[in-house]
Design a protein around this ligand. Structure first.
Ligand SMILES: CC(=O)SCCNC(=O)CCNC(=O)[C@H](O)C(C)(C)COP(=O)(O)OP(=O)(O)OC[C@H]1O[C@@H](n2cnc3c(N)ncnc32)[C@H](O)[C@@H]1OP(=O)(O)O
Ligand SMILES: CC(C)C(=O)C(=O)O
Ligand SMILES: [Mg+2]
Length: 510
């Protein structure tokens, strides 16, 4: 197996994302986590860009041990001087210098001809070598350059002392086979290539940064550059976690291995997201919140039988606790039964069918059904007597005048509808139910609380009714809609006293 060097540029290229500028403390916090992650090189910043970044690189060079600390420069002596100064205390310092090599960069941006570019590249590497032995050269916009010219530049900078040669797809223009071919071309056509490490550095403008990097690695590159969560200018850089896990999962296919501690991937991703403020999409490969969640019934049934059916990476590998099943409206009985068993409920047959039916009603209202919801579902089933069923209800209220409720109840096969006013929605609702059922018990207490998490949490309503004979009956109702939960609780309390339909409401056949 070839060793793959992992070069993290979250704090340099990643920080070039619009809206992220990290201060010394923030960079250092991420830097410490990158050391834990076990990357080989941390590109800490661009010291010439600002005094703040100079200080960040200097602090990281001083504080972070056991890892190469790198700073970026243009092929300009003043940049290299500042970078060398910032890296003075680094255990393993690296200066990363370079220049554009594509026609558009040379002609339009640098206003230099190819010979001048070669000359400036060589001079920069030689100048950086005066300060440090480890000098990486980047051939900016290499993918859009003439490969023959690129090979010439690379050969010259290696002769000048470059220890690593970086062949970037600066604008994310490549497709995997083309990028692989370019890396293969450089390796084959640069005579002294064995004196340097070839590095891949890809951008994600066409969504192919990871694929391109992997193609470059397969073609012989031994260093990969990227950022955590793929952050970076425009559409970002290669997501390091994706490359790391691709080669971890498919070692034989790539023939390389890294020393990264994959179990720190999740923690690193979360830290970078928190500090940069760049959220990770739920479906993002490796580190997205849903990356290891199985949400549909067929998949859930499969992973319960054997995780390999739908799982190529065990979440523990990246430091995430396994959450095998997330219950949603797409879950089936196997998944529900499994989650209930985990909570200590043994349900099967008709009881499972019954819970499953009520589970689906809830799941259609909520994005995800959590353990707390299941507790409620199970508790609720014991209390539901179903002699009075809430068919529909609507409330009209403007918050100033009396509220009006219209309610339809099915009572022992007969649908009863009525309306009543109240000094608030719940009061109007209870008054209407009283009219339909002929209830005369007094409402002694009414409470409402949220019993599960998330914005679609279940509300639990508790109603206490005092009957004429002195008995106190407690009813409970659960729903994501608190008015509905209140109606259910009221009905539950009434059911417990075997209320019979009264002539108060208009009658319909069920
Ligand atoms: C692909 C990449 O990610 S490259 C790295 C991008 N990172 C950054 O730009 C870091 C933040 N940048 C900065 O702080 C500033 O742009 C600085 C300090 C680097 C330079 O600032 P200024 O001196 O004001 O120059 P400015 O940014 O306006 O223009 C860049 C100049 O550098 C030249 N240049 C660009 N790249 C290189 C290079 N690799 N080597 C030599 N010269 C270069 C440009 O041609 C231009 O030169 P000109 O002034 O003669 O036209
Ligand atoms: C400066 C170089 C390494 C770069 O970030 C790029 O070309 O994308
Ligand atoms: Mg870049």
């Amino acid at each position: 197996m070839r060793k793959l060097y992992v070069f993290d540029t979250t704090l340099r290229d990643g920080e070039q994302s619009l809206g992220i500028t990290l201060n010394v403390r923030e960079k250092l916090e991420i830097g410490h986590q990158l050391v834990k992650l076990g990357v080989d090189i941390i590109e800490a910043g661009f010291p010439a860009s600002s005094p703040g970044d100079m200080e960040s690189v200097r602090t990281m060079a001083q504080e972070l041990k056991g890892v190469t600390i790198c700073g970026l420069t243009r092929a300009v002596e003043a940049d290299i001087d500042l970078c060398a100064q910032a890296l003075r205390k680094a255990e393993y310092p690296r200066i990363h210098t370079g220049i554009g090599v594509s026609p558009v960069h040379m002609e339009k941006k640098l206003k230099l001809n190819p010979d001048q570019v070669v000359e400036q590249a060589v001079a920069a590497v030689k100048y950086a070598k005066k300060y440090v032995s480890d000098v990486e050269f980047y051939a900016e916009d290499a993918f859009r350059s003439d490969p023959i010219f690129l090979a010439r530049v690379i050969e010259n900078v290696i002769s000048a002392g470059a220890t690593v040669v970086n062949i970037p797809d600066t604008v994310g223009y490549a497709s995997p086979w083309e990028y692989g071919e370019l890396i293969g071309y450089v390796i084959k056509n640069v005579k002294n290539i064995d004196k340097a490490i070839v590095s891949v550095h890809c951008h994600n403008d066409l969504g192919m940064a990871t694929a391109n990097s992997l193609a470059g690695i397969r073609a012989g590159a031994s260093q990969v550059e990227g950022t955590i969560n793929g952050i970076g200018e425009r559409a970002g850089n290669t997501s390091l976690e994706e490359v790391i896990m691709a080669i971890y999962t498919r070692r034989a296919a790539y023939g390389v291995e890294s020393k990264v501690n994959t179990r720190e991937i999740s923690a690193t991703s979360r830290l970078v997201s928190r500090i940069t403020g760049v959220t990770v999409p739920d479906h993002k490969a490796i580190v997205g919140a849903n990356a290891f969640n199985h949400a549909s019934g067929i998949h859930q049934d499969g992973v319960l039988k054997d995780r390999e059916t739908y799982e190529i990476i065990q979440p523990e590998t990246i430091g995430v606790a396994q959450n095998l099943i997330s219950l949603t409206a797409r879950s089936g009985r196997h998944a529900l039964q499994h989650c209930l068993e985990e909570l200590g409920y043994q349900v099967s047959g008709a009881q499972l069918d019954d819970v499953y039916k009520r589970f689906l009603q809830l799941a259609d209202l909520k994005k995800e059904v959590f353990d707390q919801d299941l507790f409620v579902l199970m508790g609720d089933s014991g209390g539901a007597l179903n002699s009075i069923v809430l068919q529909s209800m609507s409330i009209a209220t403007n918050g100033i005048e009396m509220a009006t409720a219209t309610v339809s109840l099915e009572i022992e096969g007969t649908i009863m509808t009525d309306a009543a006013c109240g000094n608030g929605p719940v009061n109007a609702l209870f008054n209407t139910i009283d009219r339909i059922t002929g209830n005369t018990a007094i409402l002694e207490d009414y409470t409402l609380k949220s019993v599960t998490r998330s914005s679609e949490a279940l509300g639990e309503a508790t109603v206490k009714l005092r009957h004429e004979d002195g008995r106190l009956v407690v009813g409970k109702g659960f729903s994501t809609d608190i008015i509905e939960a209140s109606a259910k609780a009221y009905i539950n309390a009434l059911e417990k006293r075997e209320i019979r339909p009264d002539s108060g409401g208009s009658e319909e056949e069920a």
